[in-house]
Design a protein. Structure first.
Ligand SMILES: Nc1nc2c(ncn2[C@@H]2O[C@H](COP(=O)(O)OP(=O)(O)OP(=O)(O)O)[C@@H](O)[C@H]2O)c(=O)[nH]1
Ligand SMILES: [Mg+2]
Length: 432
């Protein structure tokens, strides 16, 4: 068999959305949908919007719109319709029948992108689990196969609707047992990880998590910080995370320790980006990946301020965090890509907002200063008198802190350092 060509083949596609009562942000959602389609090598030809109070129970869209779609399918020779919302399995079947095209929804597109990008074993398993959960109720529609496998109406997926009940039951059982197996494997893999997590918690180091809309510049910022403050900074390339101008470049979580020039340290995590209506199954499957954000002492919400939809993207991020049960957490909003937006940078706005350009050194310095203020707000300058017999304590303190002053007397070492409330408690016996 000859190998398939790797050059992307653009496949024509129609986008379709319902505008329900008072729905705002539809423009933004449709632009997002077009981007999600393009990330799957689909070429949006035309967008169809219908205003309806509620979806038509049978075909989702009303009769007239379905007919328009059918005609457009013919004239563009498109065999795919992408819908902005999740349709019920029967709506998909009916719409496919009426238009003679394959119907895919936003969730299907996102799942396929995630499947393409997944690199690590855990990410691959998580995506596969989400996909199976999504497919299970849709076995009788063409959504039960990925876009790569689909050959369009009259071809692969679309015709499988005719499959008999026995075959359907078999598929159902196969999917269910595969899901059970994946869950088991994930559990085993995550067990390893959570023991690592415990180790971290016990070594009282603060954690900071980068969160935000996909493509905002989270990984870029992580790489900039790693190059300057990462361990083994002399070989930064090996430790860099993947950054790229595309949707969902990052799927796995990376956690690295940063050590600043004053010896203060914190852990920084970079993780999967958000998009509106992030599929429920994906959020569930990626819950452990996103756990880093839930456990963090501080969130950095990165926003692409050069995007005209920046505000909607921030709302999306906030909604996704709420869905993850992450609320009332200290957060700094980082308005990134100011260079692209022709805005002044770095520009600090209070203690919780800053406008920057990720690769600009002055921006990084200001952001670090804000992070330090947030993380180490309870630090106080204290003087400790440590007997020579406890030299290990001196070594430990000097390892972790910038030395403000050092003296000696006949009993021991006298250090002046900035300590956290917890440390002041721990070293109480030495404090003068
Ligand atoms: N002009 C400009 N481009 C930037 C800046 N920061 C990041 N980028 C670019 O934006 C694109 C996305 O950057 P990433 O760091 O991969 O974005 P991300 O937030 O990690 O994205 P996901 O992993 O998909 O969630 C890349 O092409 C970066 O080079 C910036 O300050 N200015
Ligand atoms: Mg990234």
């Amino acid at each position: 068999m000859t190998k398939q060509s790797t050059t992307p083949q653009w496949r024509p596609v129609l986008l379709a959305a319902l505008k329900e009562n008072q729905q705002q942000n539809l423009d933004y959602e449709l632009e997002e949908l077009a981007n999600l389609a393009k990330a799957n090598n689909l070429e949006p030809k035309e967008t169809f919007i219908q205003s309806l109070e509620r979806p038509n129970p049978a075909t989702y869209f009303g009769k007239g719109k379905v007919e328009e779609l059918r005609m457009a399918v013919n004239s563009y020779e498109a065999d795919l319709i992408v819908t902005n919302d999740e349709l019920s399995p029967s709506q998909i079947r009916n719409l496919e029948e009426a238009t003679r095209a394959t119907v895919v929804d936003r969730t299907g597109l996102i799942l396929d992108i995630f499947a393409k990008r997944a690199q690590t074993k855990v990410a691959k398993l998580q995506v596969q689990l989400a996909r199976l959960e999504y497919q299970l109720p849709r076995l009788r529609t063409s959504m039960s196969v990925s876009l790569d496998q689909q050959t369009g109406a009259g071809g692969g997926g679309f015709t499988s609707r005719g499959a008999g009940e026995t075959k359907l039951e078999q598929s159902r059982r196969r999917l269910t047992s595969e899901m059970v197996a994946i869950k088991k494997e994930l559990l085993a893999l995550q067990k390893d990880k959570s023991t690592q997590g415990k180790k971290r918690q016990s070594s009282d180091i603060k954690t900071v998590a980068l969160v935000g809309y996909t493509n905002a510049g989270k990984s870029t910022l992580m790489n900039q910080f790693l190059a300057r403050f990462g361990q083994g900074a002399e070989t930064p390339a090996r430790k860099q995370v993947f950054e790229k101008d595309m949707l969902f470049a990052t799927l796995n979580t990376t956690i690295r320790q940063l050590t600043l020039s004053d010896k203060s340290r914190f852990l920084l995590s970079d993780t999967v980006g958000f998009v509106s209506k992030l599929p429920h199954h994906l959020v569930a499957a990626f819950e452990s990946t996103l756990q880093e954000a839930a456990d963090a002492d501080l969130l950095l919400q990165v926003v692409d301020v050069s995007d005209e939809h920046a505000e909607a993207m921030m709302k999306t991020t906030e909604e996704t965090l709420a869905r993850l049960g992450i609320k009332d957490k200290a957060m700094i909003t980082v308005y990134n890509k100011a260079d692209k937006a022709d805005m002044a940078f770095p520009l600090i706005d209070g203690e919780a907002a800053i406008t920057i350009s990720a690769r600009d050194r002055a921006s990084q310095d200001e952001l670090i200063a804000l992070i330090k203020k947030a993380l180490f707000a309870d630090r106080k300058e204290v003087t400790l008198a440590i007997p020579f017999a406890d030299s290990a304590v001196v070594a430990k303190l000097l390892d972790d802190h910038e030395l403000l002053k050092q003296d000696f007397d006949e009993h021991g070492t006298i250090l002046t350092l900035a300590l956290s409330a917890e440390e002041i408690n721990r070293y109480e016996e030495y404090i003068q």
